[in-house]
Design a protein around this ligand. Structure first.
Ligand code: CP
Length: 316
């Protein structure tokens, strides 16, 4: 394990705007080292999370987040405590009381929930780090994994153009904030009525002014795509939006990453998807499963960036 960053010790990760460019580089460096070691031997000699216990509070379904946090903690000597839905966040007991109790016993809290204010309240009350594993507003560990995959593929991030096709959702928000911090151009093509939060776009634009990055928001995928290094697809109907399915299917009909759109981006452009995917809806099977897809690299990196952040924040 290389040098850890003092600035990340004890830190939450609630938003992709929480990290400076140097801190992103630090997490990428630690993740790259952990990934190399894991690929070589499927185990780590150093156990920087030995004795560390982290609660997993996942109030929505998950494959990647659940398995990568649990396995990642175990691989580094730590222990995951899945709390399940029975905890009754804000129902049986207030977030305030839960946070104060958990901080007495354990070292960190991973939480996937709906309203972003739940994680900010939890972080404000808990005396231990809180790690956002997806809210309605953001998915910062996904953005870390995605941008590491993009950097591994192209060798650099600054000046790269990533175009998100579809919903201006939590994944887009985190990519816009992280990409802006790293000097990228992040574009979005979204249907009317499904745009991003204006406050988050404004924040990303402000960050981009300082880094040389750029934020572009439009409607037409074919107008936004040319010159893109990556086209990013996400589901048309996210968890908790099932009752909107009919309207969303109608609105998103033209927002599919297919081989024609990928060709329009450029000969070296790649397709990205955070998974789970619906082949034939937001992305075609030939693109998702083809040689220009980074989807599995993104999923693989979830393990490594999360381990890296845990080591930086609560490791020894
Ligand atoms: N991309 C992602 O967060 O996957 P899960 O919902 O399966 O955790």
């Amino acid at each position: 394990m290389g040098n850890l960053s003092a600035s990340l010790h004890g830190r939450d990760l609630l938003s992709s705007a929480d990290l400076t460019r140097a801190e992103y580089e630090q997490v990428f460096a630690t993740a790259t080292e952990l990934k190399r070691e894991f690929r070589e031997s499927r185990r780590h000699v150093a156990q920087p999370l030995a004795g560390r216990n982290v609660a997993l509070v996942l109030e929505k379904q998950s494959l990647r987040t659940r398995v990568t946090f649990e396995a990642g903690l175990n691989q580094l000597g730590g222990h995951a405590l899945p709390l399940g839905e029975g905890i009754g966040f804000g129902v049986r007991e207030s977030v305030f009381d839960i946070a104060r109790n958990l901080a007495l016993w354990i070292d960190g809290i991973v939480i996937r929930t709906f309203d972003h204010s739940v994680v900010t309240e939890l972080a404000a009350e808990a005396r231990i780090p809180v790690f956002n594993a997806l809210t309605d507003d953001e998915h910062p560990f996904q953005a870390l994994a995605d941008l590491l995959a993009l950097r591994e593929h192209f060798g650099s991030l600054e000046g790269r153009v990533l175009t998100f096709i579809g919903d201006g959702n939590n994944v887009y928000h985190s990519l816009a904030l992280a990409g802006a911090t790293l000097g990228m151009e992040i574009r979005l093509a979204h249907p009317d009525g499904y745009g991003p939060h204006e406050a988050i776009v404004a924040r990303a634009e402000k960050i981009a002014i300082a880094t040389g990055g750029k934020i572009v928001v439009g409607r037409d995928p074919r107008e936004m795509t040319p010159g893109s290094d990556a086209l990013y697809a996400d589901v048309w109907v996210s968890m908790g939006q099932e009752e909107q399915s009919h309207a969303r299917f109608a609105a998103f009909a033209g927002y599919c990453v297919d081989s024609g759109l990928l060709d329009l981006a450029g000969p070296n452009a790649v397709a990205m998807h955070c998974l789970p995917a619906h082949r034939g809806q937001e992305i075609t099977a030939d693109v998702l499963d083809g040689p220009r897809s980074l989807a599995l690299e993104q999923a693989e990196n979830r393990l490594h960036v999360q381990k890296a952040f845990l080591v930086e924040s609560i490791g020894r």
